[in-house]
Design a protein around this ligand. Structure first.
Ligand code: ZN
Length: 426
């Protein structure tokens, strides 16, 4: 049966992308962007190996066809074909036979979760390795093993992609997702799936800001985007890094380095007003790509929205972060909060009360009657009074909502009604 709800659609995308062996470069990353491209038109960029990007250099491209450890009978006891996590990311090629004692230093396990396979990489130190369950390792008898990593590490490209939802102004909001992790669902296929739905929802709304979605490998990809978009940086008004968007935990918003950027205020307001259990944490120069966007030379107002944050759950960077760990409901909840927060950014303006001497007569202008049908008529009336009171050219609608303790949407609707009545102008 075809997926019906946005949540089910997001989950289906997670499941489809899950088996691919992604990395910071290579064909798994390209295949991922191709599938995302079936949902959203993407502009795909290929940046050659050796290109300097800020303080970094585009690395060699890694591709892998097969990898295994086989016992003396030829049986594959660790097999890349079963899960992309089984090979150490960026493993150099190897074809050898060796005793278990010699193989051991190349085997990575998680003794505290003996049935889980860890996710490990070695991007910048050339080596090879395998990741497996501790219980698999414990069951291996001593003896000779055939090891094979059929990979290539060669000059090629780093691939990333953008999708733009045009707004009414050129100023931009960026939404950034890392797409470099292999078979891990919450980190970050759930973030990718939420971003895809978010882009489609925004496109249907003809937003105020232009929304730019960046799907790039972590760290080096964001650095590459920043290096290649120096002339565009001034246009970025707000930004959000989406990661770990589908686990059962409560939402966590990590503030931008500035701490009081528009996105920080919008997320705080939406999370508080919604009554959802949530956490708001201060910026740290660690985690996902907010650390690049917020680096002091750029200092963009970019925060990060997750459910359980970076490294905060036992399944993090293990085979237990599989599609069963993320739910359609959790992704829908993350999506809803993103949409509400972006609606705040899109509608937040500073207005001027055109009748500031005494309170204007709302009844005479039919403004009380206009509230008749609203279930929140009392709140809506208070919102009008607050907007009139604070619209002195210095307070934005979000300032009004915060000071009045009213939902932003109610305040923005009140401002619209007051504009229509000629009492307010932007
Ligand atoms: Zn990760």
């Amino acid at each position: 049966m075809a997926p019906v709800t946005p949540g089910e659609e997001m989950h289906a995308l997670v499941e489809r992308l899950y088996p691919l062996c992604r990395s910071i470069t290579g064909d798994g990353l390209r295949a991922t962007l191709e599938i995302i491209g079936e949902h959203l038109p993407l502009e795909v960029h290929e940046v050659p190996t050796g290109t300097p990007v800020l303080d970094w250099t585009i690395p060699q491209e890694w591709n892998i066809r097969d990898a295994y450890v086989a016992d003396a009978s030829g049986r594959r006891v660790v097999d890349f074909a079963a899960s992309s996590l089984h090979v150490l990311g960026y493993s150099v090629p190897v074809a050898a036979t060796m005793p278990l004692s010699e193989l051991r230093p190349h085997l990575h396990t998680l003794p505290e979760h003996p049935s889980w396979v860890p996710y490990r990489t070695s991007y910048y130190t050339p080596t090879w390795g395998f990741c497996l369950a501790q219980e698999t390792l414990d069951a291996l008898p001593e003896g000779e093993y055939e090891v094979r990593v059929d990979s290539t590490l060669e000059d090629g490209h780093l691939t990333y992609a953008e999708h733009v939802v045009p707004g009414r102004v050129e100023e931009e909001v960026i939404v950034s997702c890392h797409v470099c992790h292999p078979s891990l669902a919450n980190d970050n296929l759930a973030g990718v799936a939420v971003a895809v739905q978010l882009a489609r929802a925004l496109a249907a709304e003809r937003p105020y800001y232009t929304y730019r979605f960046v799907f790039a490998p972590g760290t080096i990809g964001a650095i590459t985007w920043l290096a290649r978009n120096a002339e565009r940086i001034d246009r970025v008004r707000h930004g959000l890094v989406l990661a770990c968007a589908g686990d059962p935990g409560q939402l966590t918003y990590k503030r931008s380095r500035r701490g009081d950027a528009g996105i920080d205020r919008a997320l705080r307001h939406v999370l508080l007003a919604s009554g959802r259990p949530h956490r708001i944490t201060e910026f740290t120069p660690y985690g996902y790509d907010e650390r690049q966007y917020c680096s002091p030379g750029f200092d963009l107002g970019v925060g990060s929205l997750s459910r359980t944050p970076y490294a905060g759950y036992p399944e993090y960077h293990t085979s237990a972060d599989n599609p069963g760990f993320v739910s359609p409901e959790a992704m829908e909840d993350t999506l809803a909060v993103c949409r509400e927060a972006f609606a705040v950014l899109d509608r937040d303006r500073i207005y001027l009360n055109l009748s500031p001497y005494g309170e204007p007569q709302l009844g005479r202008r039919g403004l009380y009657d206009s509230l008749g049908g609203r279930s929140d008529a009392k709140e809506a009336q208070m919102a009008m009074l607050w907007v009139l009171s604070l619209s002195d050219g210095e307070h934005s609608l979000l300032d009004v909502a915060e000071r009045a303790g009213l939902p932003f949407g109610t305040v923005a609707d009140a401002a619209e009604a007051l504009c229509d009545a000629g009492l307010l102008k932007a």
